[in-house]
Design a protein around this ligand. Structure first.
Ligand code: NZQ
Ligand code: ZN
Length: 388
């Protein structure tokens, strides 16, 4: 039975080739002082920066920039961006990049008019914004996080060795996002595949909870089947527009608040992966891939029916003559083969973690209770050791 819920997603999407043509019309809705936020330079190499700059100029905007937003954006970088945004009297933030740039822009948006330390307020104390929020729009260049249509913002504090996400409400979600699959075609294969696994895991995190028959789970299975097909096609030919557009659209639906409706949701792979990320600064999707199988194989007995269903409905495993346990195992084996086909990182050692870090990573892992088994700290340690 579906529990009670509210569903409202205010982000407007423009999807497809040359979707950036819609930017001009959108910019008319906001003030003149624009903060352009981007990453380490990919948008300068592939021409996106020039196109966006020309549109901003045509609209007569007064532009300041925050460049060099790194993957896994830091609390120090956040402070720098907040200062630039304040000095510029920013009316509107335009994020051009992947999840890191979008997440970072949201964090700046809730901090410009706030005197507290943003790390302490939002990522340690999980407070909600109590000040004016600067509107954000996104031009997405990497498919994976879903940040283009959600309120999530993940910030890393290297000093504290913590990587923490805050899921803000509707008022912080992007006002609009521009999704042109062609923009994702310059991604290195490593990043493309990390994004693909991020999408798969977002769906799993929501799917592997609850035992009721829930429309959200049926949607999730369809999204996962679509992702399996399109990811295989994209790995074979990264310039395959059909595949890249399906991946981009699946990423958005995987984490835009829809498939979690009526569900408790798990999110432990992300908690483990984020803690690994805090210690290694590794690529987000790869941290998830590296801990997933030890985690899922450990919790499988506690959610056996759902894992058996996953095998049949997502991976096409034949159910004939098999017990739930056998099916569940074969489903995870099928996922493992697909992960290897994608060239994903399958252990945390490869990401720079080692046995001496395990206790610290376990301390940095937030333990949640929405999945099939609430872990205790020693189980977290065991899963991390099995991921080495
Ligand atoms: O910085 P540049 O030079 O732009 O290069 C980036 C970066 O090195 C590159 N890239 C992006 N688009 C490109 C491109 N290179 C060539 N061509 C393009 N079109 O890719 C690298 C990775 O980019 P990044 O934005 O870091 O990747 P992603 O989109 O995976 O974002 C990761 C961040 O999002 C957080 C993660 O924790 C991580 O900090 N997440 C946000 C979530 C949310 N908002 O809901 C949920 C996720 O679970 C995730 O935690
Ligand atoms: Zn993720």
């Amino acid at each position: 039975m579906l529990g009670n819920f509210t569903y409202h997603n205010p982000t407007k999407l423009y999807f497809g080739k040359d979707a950036v043509d819609s930017l001009k019309g959108e910019l008319k809705n906001y003030g003149d002082n624009v903060l352009l936020v981007y990453g380490g330079g990919s948008i300068k190499k592939n021409g996106i920066y020039d196109r966006i700059s020309a549109i901003l100029k045509e609209c007569g905007k007064n532009v300041a920039e925050v460049a060099g937003v790194m993957p896994n954006p830091t609390s120090d970088k956040l402070k720098e961006g907040v200062k630039i945004a304040k000095d510029h009297k920013t009316d509107f933030i335009l994020a051009v990049g992947g999840g890191s740039v979008c997440d970072y822009s949201k964090a700046v948006s809730v901090s410009v008019h706030c005197d507290d330390d943003p790390w302490d307020k939002y990522f340690v104390s999980f407070e909600e914004p109590s000040c004016e929020i600067v509107p954000v729009g996104c031009v997405l260049t990497m498919a994976g996080t879903g940040s283009e249509m959600n309120g999530g913002s993940v910030i890393t504090n290297h000093e504290a060795k913590l990587k923490i996400g805050h899921v803000f409400g509707d008022e912080v979600m992007p006002k609009f996002s521009i999704l042109d699959p062609v923009y994702t075609m310059t991604l290195p294969k490593y990043q493309m595949c990390a994004g693909i696994y991020d999408i798969m895991n977002h769906i799993c995190e929501q799917y592997f909870s609850g035992e009721d028959d829930n429309t959200s789970d049926h949607i999730s299975e369809g999204l996962m089947r679509s992702l399996i097909v399109s990811s295989r096609a994209a790995v074979k030919d990264p310039q395959d527009y059909e595949a890249r557009s399906n991946i981009m659209w699946t990423a958005t639906w995987a984490l835009n608040t829809l498939i979690s409706r009526g569900k408790t949701t798990d999110w432990m792979v992300h908690m483990l992966g984020q803690a690994v990320g805090a210690y290694t600064d590794a690529t987000h999707g790869m941290t998830l891939a590296a801990v997933s199988l030890p985690y899922y194989r450990y919790i499988m007995p506690y959610g056996l029916k759902k894992f058996a269903r996953f095998a049949v409905n997502v991976w096409g495993v034949s159910a004939q003559g098999k017990s739930d346990e056998q099916l569940a195992r074969e489903g995870l084996d099928a996922m493992e083969s697909w992960m290897k086909e994608m060239g994903l990182v399958m252990n945390i050692s490869e990401l720079g973690a080692n046995a001496d870090m395990i206790e610290g990573i376990a301390d940095a892992t937030l333990i949640l209770s929405g999945g099939y088994k609430q872990l205790d700290r020693s189980e977290v340690v065991d899963i991390l050791k099995a991921s080495l």
